[in-house]
Write a protein that binds this ligand. Structure first.
Ligand code: ASP
Length: 606
């Protein structure tokens, strides 16, 4: 090793390109030693780069008196995994018996006649082979090795192509990409802000944007007409489930539009992305009202890949003498049921397990029964429902061998429990076709929901979402009944984006702030710039934001957002690669006029 000439860097191909058509050509490849096999007299190297793997062969020199050939062979024998090399030679056929059908380049190999070691590697903590199992923390700490894994390389390249496709489609439609500030004021997406202390304005803080919401609206007031940005957003949330504190959105805003216009542009973007990734996208995306989604699927993110819809059997339940049902109805609740196809085979232990699980979601319990031959009911709550079996079977479409699960409670709990149960059982019982993609727009959301804990109304979307004009008169008298002009795009039960037509009238905006308990002083302090802008000729406008990380994850069939983000954070919000977040020096704190009141104990010296 040591110095090498620039010639060694002049690749003719990548490691994924060579095939039958190149036989006889002289080539040079650069890459990482994925594996080496010394068969005594011949050394096989699998050379890897981001495009693929090519086999290089170094033969024991025919002429042992040729020092260059001997040195090259010795060097080939000394190669180790993940060393970086440049290999030159002639492409030859492997012959029918040695073809490797698993490799796209498996029909050929390169007979090496030059070898330059560009760099060595320490023994790697794990092999970047696609199939090695490694703890995620280790993968993130040695991300430079992890990124060499074909899966990661593929995901990052697809992500790049998805962004390009989005940009191309929006550009063709006259959208302009504009950057908005990261150092800004608190933005209202309802999460906690990340704060950045200001050195020049002491005791003041910037907030990292939870989204560019207010800036994109101001761009509309500025007459930009069609804006988009592929932009990082920051939300300091507890990272339960699969969330990242910084994530990327395709953020869009348009002037002089109604819901259907924003939804149509979004459909075109998503269709382009799906075409790129080879996934289906329908000619027409179904549109479902929020109340229908909740009623039939128990959630505003309905997964349409399987049935098991919620059936309201309150009327029938009211005729039984089953106290759990009648009690719930008397208290103003509902009784709903789902039919689990073939669920009759579930054991008592399994169905009891579901009851325990449903209690964790706030239910008092989960009643079940099974449909057996002749349409009779058996086990569970069968004895209460037997006289109503016929009606129940007609309402649910149940057949012999099915399981029926019932929840009786206030509607919120019934929907939550049966909605989650539906997904859980569909996964467990293999009712989901992994190649199915079912898109749906959910519209007509309520504008606000009651926050019982803090005794106030909260926006379901954000405070700049326009109420449905027909409902505006009920805004103060009956806020719960007011619908909003918001829309969410959902695929396979996952919300991939959401947006709304905005309020462009400053008086309506003030009424919404008042409803949300944001008094004049607070509105003035936080959103004066927006209220100001709305007074100076704000056009009607609306927009949407799509979760880029989640879309790419769906397109690559990834399991976690961390599979499609180059340098993600762990669930504790840390970056094992850089060690962020880290402590800062006393000098830095002093410059900011900050003091840590309770420093964490220093690790003991030993
Ligand atoms: N700003 C919203 C969000 O980030 C999306 C939108 O209303 O456009 O969720």
């Amino acid at each position: 090793m040591g110095t090498f000439s620039d010639e060694a860097l002049k690749r003719t191909h990548t490691c994924g390109q060579l095939g039958d058509g190149n036989i006889g050509e002289r080539v040079r490849l650069c890459g990482w030693v994925r594996s080496y096999r010394d068969h005594g007299g011949v050394v096989f190297i699998d050379l890897r780069d981001r495009d693929g793997i090519t086999q290089i062969v170094y033969d024991l020199p025919d002429d042992p008196s040729n020092p260059d050939e001997v040195a090259m062979y010795d060097l080939a024998q000394s190669l180790r995994n993940e060393w970086v090399i440049s290999a030159g030679g002639a492409v030859r056929s492997r012959g029918p018996e040695r073809i490797n059908p698993k490799l796209p380049t498996g029909a050929i190999e390169v007979l090496g006649d030059s070898l330059v070691v560009l760099n060595r590697s320490d023994a790697v903590p794990f092999s970047p082979d696609e199939f090695t199992e490694v703890a995620e923390e280790t993968r993130l700490k040695y991300r430079f090795i992890d990124i060499r894994r074909p899966d990661m390389t593929r995901a990052l390249r697809l992500r790049h192509q998805v962004c390009r496709t989005m940009r191309r489609i929006l550009d063709d439609e006259g959208f302009v990409e504009v950057e908005t500030p990261f150092l800004t004021k608190s933005t209202p997406e309802g999460a906690r802000d990340f704060l950045v202390p200001s050195r020049l304005q002491q005791a003041c803080f910037y907030a990292l944007p939870q989204s560019p919401q207010l800036f994109k609206q101001i761009l509309m007031v500025g007459g930009l007409d069609r804006y988009y940005q592929i932009v990082r957003c920051f939300r300091d949330e507890d990272l339960r489930a699969d969330r990242q504190p910084e994530f990327t959105q395709l953020d869009v805003e348009m002037s002089f539009v109604a819901e259907a216009d924003v939804m149509a542009v979004t459909n075109r973007v998503l269709r382009g992305v799906c075409e790129l990734a080879g996934k289906p996208f329908p000619d027409e995306v179904p549109v479902m009202e929020y109340t229908e989604a909740i009623g039939r699927f128990g959630t505003d993110r309905p997964d349409l890949r399987f049935g098991m819809e919620l059936v309201d059997i309150s009327e029938l339940a009211g005729q039984t003498d089953f106290g759990v049902f009648t009690g719930a109805l008397e208290a103003g609740g509902v009784v709903k049921c789902i039919r689990v196809p073939g669920g009759g085979e579930m054991t008592r232990k399994e169905t009891d397990g579901l009851t325990g699980w449903s209690k964790g979601l706030g239910a008092k319990g989960l009643a079940v029964t099974k449909v057996v031959s002749g349409g009779t009911l058996e086990t569970g709550v069968a004895k209460f429902l037997a006289p109503f079996a016929e009606g129940l079977i007609a309402a649910t479409g149940a057949a012999e061998g099915d399981l029926l699960c019932f929840a009786a409670d206030e509607p919120g709990i019934v929907h939550r429990v049966l909605g989650e149960l539906r997904s859980k059982l569909a996964r467990q019982r293999g009712l989901i076709d992994p190649n199915d993609f079912r898109w749906v727009w959910v519209v007509d959301f309520p504008l606000v929901e009651w926050n019982a804990e803090n005794r106030r109304w909260d926006s379901l979307h954000h405070p700049f979402t326009s109420p449905t004009p027909a409902d505006l008169e009920k805004l103060e008298a009956d806020p719960a009944s007011v619908r909003s002009r918001a829309y969410d795009i959902v695929c396979n039960g996952v919300e991939l984006g959401g947006g709304s037509i905005r309020i462009h009238n400053p008086d309506v905006q003030k009424r919404i702030f008042a409803l949300l308990g944001i008094d004049e002083a607070e509105a003035h302090a936080k959103f004066d710039f927006l209220l100001g802008a709305l007074r100076y000729g704000a056009p009607p406008h609306g927009g949407i934001a799509l979760g880029l990380d989640r879309i790419v994850m769906m397109m690559v069939g990834g399991q976690s957002l961390r599979d499609v983000i180059a340098f993600p954070k762990t669930q504790r919000g840390t970056c094992p690669l850089t060690g962020a977040p880290g402590e800062v020096s006393d000098a830095q704190l002093a410059e900011l006029d900050l003091k840590i009141l309770a420093p964490p104990p220093k690790p003991a010296d030993n």
